[in-house]
Design a protein around this ligand. Structure first.
Ligand code: MG
Length: 160
């Protein structure tokens, strides 16, 4: 097995679509970024790349490349998983936490898990997405930004 950790932060801006885990959440603010700025999927992507020792999402999909302007991060995640599978890796499980004062993600976590599971070619019960506030503290507490952590396990071909 290989373990990987990912962490990502985006500023929250009025008028931006709020897409988290590939789910569009009705909320007046959304993560600002070059792509759709899906902070959760970026953390998951970085965890997968980290587990495989393949760098990070910024190296794979540079924010200086106009090809990735408003890119669908779920499609980027699918590309990463396909590449890792070609190298003999498969996803075992993913556990992720979104840090935000708002929006509350509870009603959407099942759909987020299904999206990530589909991209990772695993059953949804192998994916976990949780939300937490930071008790009003720091940039997530003020609503200035949103953050996500993810931990993944990859299996390597030949492992028992
Ligand atoms: Mg990001």
């Amino acid at each position: 097995m290989r373990i990987g950790h990912g962490y990502d932060v985006h500023r929250l801006e009025e008028g931006r679509p709020c897409i988290l885990g590939g789910v569009r959440i009705p909320f007046p603010k959304g993560p600002l970024g070059h792509s759709d700025a899906d902070v959760l999927l970026h953390a998951v992507s970085d965890a997968l790349l980290g587990a495989a020792g393949r760098g990070d999402i910024g190296k794979w999909f540079p924010d200086t490349d106009s090809a990735y302007l408003n890119a669908d991060s779920l499609e980027l995640l699918k590309q990463i998983v396909m590449n890792l599978e070609q190298s003999g890796f498969s996803v075992s499980n993913v556990d992720a936490t979104v840090l935000a004062e708002a929006p509350k993600i509870g009603p959407y976590t099942e759909e987020m898990c299904r999206n990530i599971a589909t991209a990772c070619h695993v059953p949804a019960e192998r994916i976990s997405v949780k939300g937490t506030t930071e008790e009003g503290l720091g940039f997530t507490g003020t609503g200035e930004g949103i953050a996500a952590h993810a931990v993944v396990l990859l299996k390597e071909r030949g492992d028992v």
